[in-house]
Write a protein that binds this ligand. Sequence first.
Ligand code: ADE
Length: 289
Amino acid sequence: MKSHGRLTAKPSLRPRELMTEPQVKDVWTARIVTLFPEAFPGILGLSLTGKALAQGLWNLQTIPLREFGVGRHRNVDDTPAGGGAGMVIRADVMDAALREAKQGSSAAPVIYMSPRGRPLTQARARALAEGPGVTLICGRFEGVDQRVLDAHDVEEVSIGDYVLTGGEIAAQVLIDATVRLIPRVLGNQDSLAEESFSIGNRGLLEHPQYTKPAQWEGREIPEVLLSGNHAAISDWRQAEAERLTKERRPDLWRAWADASSAADMDPTKDRQLSGASDQSRGHREPEKE
Ligand code: ADE
């Protein structure tokens, strides 16, 4: 197991190898089962997530699947039962890797990054950030034997309706979206409140932003933003957020509009977060307005 971003040494009683690598204790931890441990930390080692990793605000451990392979060649996969193309990761091999991950934290959910999974949402990232961490399975080949997914109560999560070569990039997306929500990782927590999908933004996309110079290549900043009238600026931003959401994401718009009219009918109720930000409601195709 490789550990990235380390502050303090934590001894391990694991017999498989002498764990000399220091790890940060009691912080949000991502454990990643992968055939390509060298792909980590990748982009997560840079910028805010990288700084936070070095500061020990979160922890990253890779669990190289190959180490659990069988035979002289440390095989991790075999042909699919029932025939067909490609190879499937063996249940016994994945089971050994997941047992290793569970030694670190038995409470963390286990997620298999897969185009077949439920879509990743801001709400899910928020929930994960509040927990102890996550164990992520990065697939290659045709998939993973279903029995080991069932045995470990593994949830499948997708980062979008397209197919990647493997789960490593998807895992980095999930970790990035989650780690930035851990307190003290983002320098300015205010920026979280208004961004797209945030609770403060009530499930709408974020309004456009401008900065100096006031004139650029004949284009001007909308006058209201220079007016100093905070109420007018707030109204403009709300209207722009609504316009963009309606144009680009009819699914989010419909959920927001439904929640708004429900709130209008019941003055004790505030508008709720949109359905598309809530993993539990599942995926809905955008509809034409
Ligand atoms: N692995 C391959 N494609 C993926 C996707 N769209 N989301 C998550 N993991 C994947």
